[in-house]
Design a protein around this ligand. Sequence first.
Ligand code: AHN
Ligand code: ZN
Length: 325
Amino acid sequence: MRYFCILFMVAIALVGCSSGSNSAKSEKQPTVENRVTTVEFDADSAYAYVQAQCAFGPRVPGSEAHRLCGDYLSQKLREHGAAVIEQRMQLVAFDGTRLDCRNIVGEYNPDAQRRILLLAHWDCRPWADNDPDPARRSQPVMGANDGASGVAVLLEVSRQLASRLPSIGVDILFVDAEDWGDSGGGNDDTWALGTQYWVANPHRPGYRPMYGILLDMVGASGATFAREYFSMYYAQGIVDEVWRVAAEAGYDDYFIDGSGGAVTDDHVFVNRAGIPCIDIIDQKSDNGTGFFEQWHTTADTPDMIDTATLKAVGQTVLNVIYNFK
Ligand code: AHN
Ligand code: ZN
C-alpha cells in the first residue's frame, strides 16, 4: 500500500510538471539537435564586473589601477575554478614607452584536447584622442565598453563554467596593451601588443585550440555585430556557427547578417598564427570612427553599458560552449 501511495504521488507530480510547462510552451518542440543550454548568463553579474573594473580607474599599462585590476582579474578566475597562468612582460609602444604588461589565462579542463579560446583586451587607451573636447584628448579613457565589457562577459562566463564544467576545454585569455596603438600612423602592428606577445610566446608550447572568439565593445546600448571582414576571411565557418547559435536564442537583432568592415584587432594576430579566430565587435557605419559614439572618448563610462547587450553576447558564448558537438 505504501509503495502504491508513493507511485501515485510520483505520477501526480509528473503530470503536474508536464501540464504546467506545456501551458506556457510554444508550438515548436525542441529537438535533440536544437536544444539550448540551461546554463543562464546573468547580465547583472556581468554588469557588476564592468563596474568593478572601472572602479579601479582607467587601466592604462603602468598605472596603479592597471596593476590592481590585473590582480583582481587573476583572483576572479581562480575563484571561478580556473587554473591561472600569468605572463608578465615589458613591451615597447610605438612612441617608445616601456609598458609593464600582463596577459592572464584561465584554463578549464586543461587536459582536454578539443579546446576553445575566448579572449578580450583588459587594458585602457592612454588617451581619449577622439574626445569632442580637445582639452580632454590627453586624458585616459575609462574603457567601460572598450575593454571592460568583453572582460566582464568572460568573467561571468567563467563563473558559469565553475558551476557546470563543459565537455570541452575552454581557455579565457585577457590580453594587455591592445589599445596603445598609433591612430594616425597607419601601422597596424602598433595595436594588440599583448596578443602579439602571446602569439610569439604561447602560455603552453604548441597550444592549438580549435578556434578563438574575441569580444570587443560588446556592451553598448543598440550594439550590432555585423560579420567582421577578417573574421570572415579567416574563419567564416565559425562566424556562421556563432551567428546561427545567436539567432536560435533570439539574438538576431544583435548578431545581424550584414558584412562588417575590417578591424585591426587582437583576432588578426591570432589568425596570422594559424588559429581561426572571430571578432564579435560592435560596428557603426553611420559614425565617422566606425565604432560606438563614445569610442576613445572620456564618455566611455559604465552608464552607457546596456545589460541587454551583455546578455545577448554572453548567452550566445555559453550556448556555443555547452552545445558543442
Ligand atoms: C583600430 O582602430 C586600428 N583598431 C581598433 C581596435 C580597437 C581599438 N579595439 C578597441 N580599441
Ligand atoms: Zn580602443
